[in-house]
Design a protein. Structure first.
Length: 274
């Protein structure tokens, strides 16, 4: 373990820390989000998949942005020193649809922080819970797992393999423009999604990285294409996905989904309940 025990103990003092934010849910912000994920722009009557991600975006002053494009560590989130971080998993429960044009409150709390040792070295798993309320009613509850890790070795390029299609598969080919638009509507300035020299030379990826939340949103949309909007949704990132390589969105079994890379690897798995 390369992390000092006193550093780990210090970061764990963030458990229980809360943040409350309020905003009016703007229909135009949601329309831009819908456009970025490729869904209907008629958001007043058909809200897009994971619509709550269009709101309560992270805000940091220009001098508070780190070299990777993320906000600097500290504040509501603990100042974890491991250099790489990713939104690795989430679980959501949905109540009534969000009321556009109306005020909403998001309450966030740090629920847990754990140390683990993985193949790439030290890992810190941070659990953050968000609830969005309107008119005294909880509309969305979401628990996020944020993983911090060592830099690790270079990620190899994907070697394409024959992925036999299933009848209801959707083939998704995210482009650099798609990644830029999703970064823009979620105010995510992490450079691995739009800065190719940084992604390859600094974080040792073979190309621009497709956002985990972008893939999670597309999988949710795939789940609801023929049926009602799910009541619960959970996803877990397993492997990175890269711009320029096709991704298969598949319902593996009823309520179970996967995003499959061009090499046949399941890069994200997800489940829904109606």
């Amino acid at each position: 373990m390369s992390i000092a025990e006193n550093d780990l103990a210090h970061w764990r003092t963030w458990i229980g820390r809360e943040e409350v934010r309020r905003e009016v849910l703007d229909a135009e912000a949601l329309r831009r989000f819908a456009a970025a994920i490729g869904e209907s722009l008629e958001v007043e009557t058909d809200q897009p998949s994971l619509a709550h991600w269009a709101f309560f975006l992270p805000i940091a002053a220009a001098d508070q942005i780190g070299p990777d494009g993320h906000p600097k560590r500290g504040g509501f989130m603990p100042p974890i020193t491991l250099p790489r971080r990713m939104f690795a998993a989430g679980r959501m429960e949905f109540g009534a649809a969000l009321a556009l044009g109306q005020p909403a409150t998001r309450r966030s709390i740090i629920r847990d922080l754990q140390y683990k040792s993985g193949r790439s070295g030290d890992l810190i798993l941070l659990e953050v819970e968000h609830t969005i309320e309107q008119a005294g009613e909880v509309r969305v509850t979401e628990r996020q797992t944020i993983v911090y890790r060592d830099a690790g070795a270079a990620t190899p390029a994907i070697v394409a393999a024959d992925v036999p299609p299933a009848p209801d598969d959707a083939i998704w080919n995210p482009t650099s423009v798609d990644l830029f638009r999703f970064s823009a509507v979620t105010f995510n300035s992490h450079r691995i999604h739009y800065d190719l020299p940084y992604a390859t030379a600094e974080e040792f990826y073979p190309g621009l990285v497709v956002h985990g939340p972008f893939t999670a949103t597309r999988l949710f949309g795939h789940a609801r294409r023929h049926g009602p909007r799910p009541h619960t949704y959970a996803f877990r990132a397993v492997a990175p996905m890269f711009c320029g390589a096709p991704i298969v969105l598949r319902e593996v079994s009823p309520g179970q989904l996967a995003a499959i890379r061009a090499d046949g690897a399941e890069a994200m798995v997800a489940g829904v309940e109606y």
